[in-house]
Design a protein around this ligand. Sequence first.
Ligand code: PMP
Length: 444
Amino acid sequence: MTLLPTPHSPLPTDLDAFWMPFTANRQFKAKPRLMAAAKGVHYTTVDGREVLDGTAGLWCVNAGHGREKIAAAVHAQVSQLDFAPTFQMGHPGPFSLADRLAKMLPGDLNHVFFTNSGSESVDTALKIALAYHRVRGEGSRTRLIGRERGYHGVGFGGISVGGIAPNRKFFGSMIPGVDHLPHTHNLEHNAFTRGQPEWGAHLADELERIVTLHDASTIAAVIVEPMAGSTGVLIPPKGYLERLRAICDKHGILLIFDEVITGFGRLGSSFATEHFGVLPDLVAVAKGITNGTIPMGAVFARQGIHDAFMHGPENGIELFHGYTYSGHPVACAAAEATLDIYEEEGLFDRARSLSSYWEKAVHSLQGLPHVIDIRNLGLVAGVELAASEQPGARGYECLVTCFEQGLLVRTTGDIIALSPPLIFETHHIDQLIEQLTSVLKALP
Ligand code: PMP
């Protein structure tokens, strides 16, 4: 076996000490899957096998792996200014980056608060929403509304508005005053829909019921992923997001989009807000902002929200919130280089133009054993398998077999999520479908 050396991490001799996140540690360590290198749309494993990246890492490596431009920018930045505080101090990086990002966002989503991850972006957005009402003299608006099957990271705010039972039930009391809208997934009405389903816009009306129950004067914000990724690629029904927006407007409730997955081209537009033509009040992003190279996240706020904070005394801190690494110089450099690549290579348009080929390809899996639904949008697809006796076991088996046969997929329970880098060529799509077809055909 040829083992690949990596520059700064020798091959481990013992896997015990690293407590892996969201992983069955004992199962993994009995038969590890370790990557050593990545270039373009492929990983190379420590034993020298090539693996096609069907998931852009973890929904983040939108411009593909090993981009020299990002590497050079990071290297130069570390050498010139490795760190500078952004509390009561600054450096040019986050100012330039925020200005550039603000110009990419539609409408007046033109102020940017930097974080280091999706989870931090979500908690930051929730806190901005709560503080916004408070600074405007509407401090009674403290309730938050999330959605079943929503994933908003792992902070206490995120798991409270999130709708995934195992992510909540081990961790005691959540933040109080949270309700959940129903999720929009429905196989009876929407199985094998291409793009947005026709059925389900009325599910947004549940928000009216929650408003009636608690009174609008107690509700701060609604948060949803415009397209839910981590819980199995749930595409919003036509008209659903528009309806949520209208109900929020009617009652003075802020609408937050969690675009940690959908941001930076995944749906074939810069952001889902643009794709769906629905303008939220706050947008949380991460992942693709640096092509996954350096941890970074951000929250975009509309002008009116930012303005509300700028009325206090000139010498007073407007928002008591921030992270040591908010606007970190190295992350800013990585983000600038990433945005350059997205622009120079027209990757968001590329995703859009590939999406019909992608749609046709993924729906060709219909009729294969165990496949009970296929759904797609932009360069994302969900392939749902019938559960075996032990829910999730078939999905896991699929992930492991795919990896062994040279394809990286992601599974949530028995749902396969596919989200390739936006630099995929049609022959990569063909290869992915071929590999997945052969795995599904052989899956017990
Ligand atoms: N929100 C959404 C929609 C996500 O998909 C994720 C991560 N998959 C997060 C938040 C959390 O991001 P992070 O893991 O960077 O904290």
